[in-house]
Design a protein around this ligand. Structure first.
Ligand code: ATP
Ligand code: MG
Length: 259
């Protein structure tokens, strides 16, 4: 299928994922549109990271279907699935970078794994990606332990962008950053979406990110997506968990925009 004809970047239908007797995702359905920034919220331990990891094929599913760019994953022949896998980049919640590799080597890791290219070309690409995320070429020679938290997130984002993906998965990209750095990171994501046409699937608890950069927000509760839409719709949701999340005491203090 011509992928320009497919308007959804990701389509998850009736997904069931569990570990032993624990069912984490229970017939969950979700569509991520092409070119949008979708924010995912949910209780801690609710299954956000599991959902992301299942979509990218790191956790097996019990049932349900997952399509990325119109290609069903797992059911497609091996090669088609492999092709899709080079079209996304991932910023994991934990262990964002390989500690024994320099930043530059980290960014080059997906290139080395997936493509055959000269060291000179890989160096040029690494520098371009570092600049794209607001790091300097010199930062490329540092090891992860020598970076600040914000620089680590940027370096991990540079690695996620290494293969020029159509989709990036970000698992709590701004957690642990001060509000100004988090705001800068959000602005960077927005710029990348606009300039590269990226689709962004972002797990976040950051109400400012949800309010300012996400085109739509999805709420995960009881193993399902219980509300999805622009932030103003979520603020009006009657679902008890969504209501408690956005209108609870802590979020009141932040006074999210209503319209
Ligand atoms: N590999 C695994 N094996 C067994 N259980 C797992 C595994 N990964 C996750 N779980 C369980 O699945 C549930 C959902 O975990 P998950 O990491 O998706 O939560 P989360 O929504 O990302 O939470 P947080 O906001 O704290 O990151 C938890 O109960 C967790 O213990
Ligand atoms: Mg998580």
């Amino acid at each position: 299928m011509d992928d320009l004809a497919v308007s959804s970047a990701i389509r998850v239908t009736d997904l069931v994922v569990g570990f032993g007797r624990q069912v984490v995702l229970n017939e969950l359905s979700l569509e991520v549109r092409r070119g949008e920034i979708l924010g995912l919220v949910g209780a801690s331990g609710g299954g956000k990271s599991v959902l992301m990891r299942t979509i990218i094929g790191l956790i097996p599913r019990r049932s349900g279907t997952i399509e990325v760019m119109g290609i069903p994953l797992g059911r497609a022949e091996e090669r088609a699935t492999q092709e899709v896998a080079t079209r996304w980049g991932i910023l994991f919640q934990q262990g964002a970078l390989f500690s024994s590799l320099t930043v530059k080597q980290n960014v080059q890791f997906p290139l080395r794994e997936n493509l055959q290219m000269s060291q000179t070309l890989m160096d040029e690409i690494a520098i371009a990606k570092l600049e794209m995320v607001g790091l300097r070429a010199e930062d490329g020679d540092k090891f992860p332990a020598e970076l600040s938290g914000g620089m680590t997130k940027r370096a991990a984002l540079a690695r996620a962008l290494a293969l020029d993906p159509a989709i990036v998965f970000l698992d709590e990209p701004t957690s642990g950053l001060d509000p100004i750095s988090a705001g800068d990171f959000d602005a960077l994501i927005k710029t990348l979406q606009q300039t590269l046409g990226l689709t962004v699937f972002m797990v976040t608890h950051d109400l400012a990110s949800l309010n300012t950069v996400c085109d739509r927000v999805a709420a995960l509760a009881d193993g399902k997506i219980v509300a999805i839409g622009p932030m103003r719709d979520l603020l009006r949701s009657e679902h008890p968990w969504v209501k408690a999340y956005f209108h609870g005491k802590r979020s009141q203090m932040l006074q999210p925009k209503v319209s």
